[in-house]
Ligand binder design. Structure first.
Ligand code: ADP
Ligand code: ADP
Ligand code: MG
Length: 246
């Protein structure tokens, strides 16, 4: 326990929540210990050649691999994308025709596209299929009822997703979503911006899977995100990296 708190202190990791899993030190800790990461995923992860996980990866990877709900705050450029894609991919393992099982939302098309590219690299050799909705108009063909079984992971912006959900009949079905990640959640929840809070409630409401995992990632700790997470998510873990803002 002392070792764990020393490791956190050293990496400026602050955690809130019950029974928060210990941070990992090395990416190798994911294949040797209790986590048993999918070998192909571990290979993809190591092929980046990163010397060690960043502080957010040290702490968020174990939390998400243990299926906990998470609100994570870590500076821009600190590797948050890998911190959420790795557990999603490990959880989904390989392609299934049951429908979309993971949904990642980002505030802009460009950010969603970056996540999509990273996901392409990390899923290499796993069989998992990722989709990025670039045009609402094209999504009509790609997400008809007959195409529903094509993809495992969807990466998009909230307004597109909500628009497709609201069509009659809906062009997306989120009943099978097991992982919901909101990236740059602080920006998504900003007052006055696209009224995302309403969109989130619609999208969250459409994800009816009883075992869905939810994670929020952002650069800063903001009250609207914390409020939403604490209200909706049981057994929440909160992680903040860096010096605490007062
Ligand atoms: P964030 O979402 O926190 O702003 P990104 O996920 O976009 O950060 O990552 C920023 C950069 O850091 C990317 O180029 C990524 O490949 C790189 N990166 C990710 N993890 C590590 C790591 N463990 N060590 C070094 N660089 C990393
Ligand atoms: P695109 O990439 O096809 O231009 P956007 O994501 O920019 O689509 O669309 C932004 C928003 O505009 C959508 O979330 C939706 O609310 C609205 N929208 C898009 N297409 C239509 C449409 N055919 N009819 C009505 N509203 C639409
Ligand atoms: Mg990011």
């Amino acid at each position: 326990a002392e070792e764990v708190s020393a490791l956190r202190k050293q990496n400026l990791i602050t955690v809130l929540g019950k029974d928060v899993p210990a941070p990992i030190r090395l990416f190798d800790d994911l294949s040797t210990g209790e986590y048993k990461l999918l070998p192909r995923l571990q290979e993809n992860l190591l092929s980046y050649g990163f010397a060690q996980p960043t502080p957010i990866q040290m702490q968020a990877l174990p939390v998400l691999l243990k299926d906990r709900a998470l609100m994570a705050c870590a500076p821009t450029g600190s590797g948050k994308t890998l911190a959420f894609l790795t557990p999603i991919i490990n959880g989904l393992r390989t392609h299934k025709t049951t429908g979309l099982r993971a949904l990642v939302l980002a505030p802009t098309r460009e950010l969603a596209q970056q996540i999509y590219r990273e996901c392409g690299e990390l899923t290499r050799g796993t069989g998992l299929r990722t989709h990025f909705i670039s045009k609402v108009s094209e999504a009509r063909q790609q997400h008809g009822p007959e195409c529903k079984q094509k993809y495992d992971i969807l990466i998009s912006t909230p307004n597109r997703v909500r628009f497709l959900l609201q069509q009659q009949p809906p062009l997306l079905d989120f009943k099978t979503i097991e992982w919901l990640v909101l990236d740059e959640a602080d920006r998504l929840m900003e007052e006055g911006q696209n009224n995302f809070k309403e969109q989130l409630d619609d999208i969250y409401g459409a994800c009816t899977h009883p075992q869905k995992r939810v994670a929020f990632f952002s650069a800063t700790y903001t009250v609207p995100v914390a409020k939403w997470a604490l209200r909706h998510l049981k057994n929440l873990v909160r992680i903040t990296i860096g010096v605490q803002n007062s």
